[in-house]
Design a protein around this ligand. Structure first.
Ligand code: THU
Length: 129
């Protein structure tokens, strides 16, 4: 899949978001080494703390379907700013893919590409246990 196709999937997933409280819709598309892609959107809750981000929806879908070998993630927000994964999502992604490439998109579809290691340096992971 091309970078543009992965980004398009993430952008399209924003329409599935359930974000009545923040109105901030996010879509994610997570690519595995074998080419399989899992998508996600943010799902909010009236008990605000139970909200789950688009990236973690994609990760949990993938892991529950037997996929853990992630290579690339696209995450799309709707504002002028690039949508960077929150701290919790960075840590969850780190568990499976410390070398993950991340494509962060803004509402115009512009991309800021970086790595998980840049977003979460000196991180803690399963090999420390
Ligand atoms: N959100 C995501 O889904 N991913 C991010 O990378 C940033 C934040 C969601 C959580 C919440 O539903 C809304 O955006 C506002 O924080």
């Amino acid at each position: 899949m091309t970078q543009q196709e992965l980004c398009r999937l993430a952008m399209d997933m924003r329409s599935r978001a359930y974000a009545p409280y923040s109105k901030f819709t996010v879509g994610a598309a997570l690519e595995c080494a074998d080419g399989t892609v899992f998508t996600g959107c943010n799902v909010e809750n009236a008990a605000y703390g139970e909200t789950i981000c688009a990236e973690r929806v994609a990760v949990t879908k993938a892991v529950s379907e037997g996929h853990r070998d992630f290579v690339r993630l696209a995450v799309a927000g709707g504002s002028e700013d690039f949508c960077y994964p929150c701290g919790s999502c960075r840590q969850v992604l780190r568990e499976f893919a410390p070398g993950l490439e991340i494509l962060c998109l803004n509402g115009k579809g512009e991309v800021h590409a970086l790595t998980l290691a840049q977003l979460l340096p000196h991180s803690f992971g399963p090999e420390y246990l």
